[in-house]
Ligand binder design. Sequence first.
Ligand code: SF4
Length: 257
Amino acid sequence: MIPNIFNIQHFSTHDGPGIRTTIFFKGCPLRCAWCHNPESQLFTPEIMVDENGVREAVGREYSVDELIEDVTADEMIYDQSGGGVTLSGGEVLSQDRGFILELVRRLADREISIGIDTCGVAPTRMVEDICDDADFFLYDLKFISNALHKQHTGGSNHLVLRNLEVLSRRQARIVLRLIMLPGINMDKDTIERTMLWLRTHDIAIEQIDLLPYHTYGMNKYAKLGREVEYFEVPQEDELAGVKTQIERFYDNVTIGG
Ligand code: SF4
């Protein structure tokens, strides 16, 4: 199936080094309760309707040629800033394998840096196939507890942990991203357990980003006619406490990424 794309963001500075173009693929195997891009979850196009009845189509098919033409318009900016292209979503590694591998190969042939933003729920073969051409991975680890992962994302974390081990063994550059949800996964025991798992499995990580839960984008649920669940927003001192705890294990920890 040809992937649907719901956004192409030029001049992005939050999805890896330098100035980048981020391609947002539509479709994700998870249903995180806090997802601030609910329009990214279904693999098919949708319509969002605002309170004034204005309709907005979300998602359309692009060919690989179209994407290459779009993102290479900024090639000079990537060169000057040390940037490139980040493939995000939704979940890019759940998309059509042939399409994604062709896109990645053509970007790599032009020596454009490729970042992969992933929740880790993807076929291991896809992760392996893309590993050599990708420059770095922004890798979400939402819950080390499988029970919590299932409860809050709707899916198991088995593939997340396995694929993280695969990437680490293959010496991929990994930026690990931890969503911070007060009362759910920020307590000392959970953080300790997560760090011990990473250490026991010898996971090499370049940087850990703590991503505080926020409520931006939640109005999109209403536009899609869906219910939204709200969580507590973490306080600065809570985030600082988690950062200090993690720094006993890894040097390079940021709040906010
Ligand atoms: S993995 Fe990301 S895109 Fe998918 S549901 Fe969770 S937050 Fe949303």
